[in-house]
Unconditional design. Structure first.
Ligand code: APR
Length: 237
């Protein structure tokens, strides 16, 4: 019999216990930086160096942190379920924890691409995206096509090329698990609504969640503890 399909939609909260700051919690990244300066396409054209430095610092930090028990538990689901992780996070902790199917809606911090590499569909050509690991890119670092290298991140004001694929995954899911997102940023925040009628939606978040949907079960705990609770729910299903 084929395995049940679980879609796991994650946000910054799943990486909080690894020591990576979230965005909108008290003391979060958006308390320190204006997102429109460091994470928007207008900000990029206004001050490329500020944006490059912002991601250089975060990329370097990524090298010093580890996946936490929540990432590992999500990866462990693959033993008994057909799992697709759809993450808003640009870190690589799901992959380092062992998840084998990870869709990065907002890009990946370890990857870069030329600022001018357009194709009609995505706004950039996948062929020109490459991995720099935890390295840095600076003003004047050019891609083979001669244009400035930029982070392979979906900036505010840019399209989310993989949203169609994400919606298809959610529509096929038998179970939806949402971990550590304030559900503030669309289109990611609206993804769960595409789940089929009667499909259970579990949300792990220590704070209240802005969702009133009869399919939702809120596990009001941090990600590592909440994943233990979720695994017990699955065992008793
Ligand atoms: N475990 C689980 N959830 C947690 C934890 C934790 N230890 N700590 C915080 N959270 C929850 C918060 O309660 C909040 O609901 O994680 C969520 C973090 O929300 P945001 O900081 O808004 O992060 P996220 O939802 O991922 O932001 C979405 O916004 O700025 C853009 O592109 C950026 O991908 C990001 C998007």
């Amino acid at each position: 019999m084929s395995k049940k399909k679980i879609v796991v939609l994650t946000g910054a909260g799943v990486s909080a216990e690894s020591g990576i700051k979230t965005f909108r919690d008290h003391g979060g990244l958006w308390d320190q930086y204006d997102p429109y300066d460091v994470a928007s396409i207008d900000g990029w054209y206004r001050d490329r160096k500020l944006v490059l430095d912002f991601y250089n610092v975060r990329r370097k930090q990524l090298q010093e942190v580890q996946p936490n028990a929540a990432h590992l538990a999500i990866a462990g689901l693959e033993q008994d379920y057909d799992v697709a992780v759809i993450t808003q996070n640009v870190d690589n902790l799901h992959e380092r924890a062992g998840s084998t199917r990870v869709l990065h809606l907002h890009g990946e911090m370890t990857k870069v691409r030329p600022e001018n590499s357009f194709n009609d569909q995505d706004g950039f050509s996948e062929k020109e995206v490459f991995d720099i690991g935890y390295g840095e890119i600076h003003l004047g670092d050019k891609a083979p096509n001669g244009s400035q290298l930029r982070p392979h991140i979906v900036f505010f004001g840019e399209a989310v090329p993989s949203i169609g694929k994400a919606i298809d995954l959610v529509m096929e899911a038998n179970i939806i698990l949402i971990v550590g997102t304030s559900l503030n940023v669309y289109p990611a925040a609206g993804l769960y609504r595409y789940a089929g009628a009667g499909v259970p939606i579990y949300i792990i978040d220590p704070q209240d969640v802005p969702v009133s949907d009869s399919r939702v079960h809120h596990i009001k705990e941090v990600a590592t503890k909440g994943m233990e609770t979720f695994m017990n729910i699955l065992k008793n299903k």
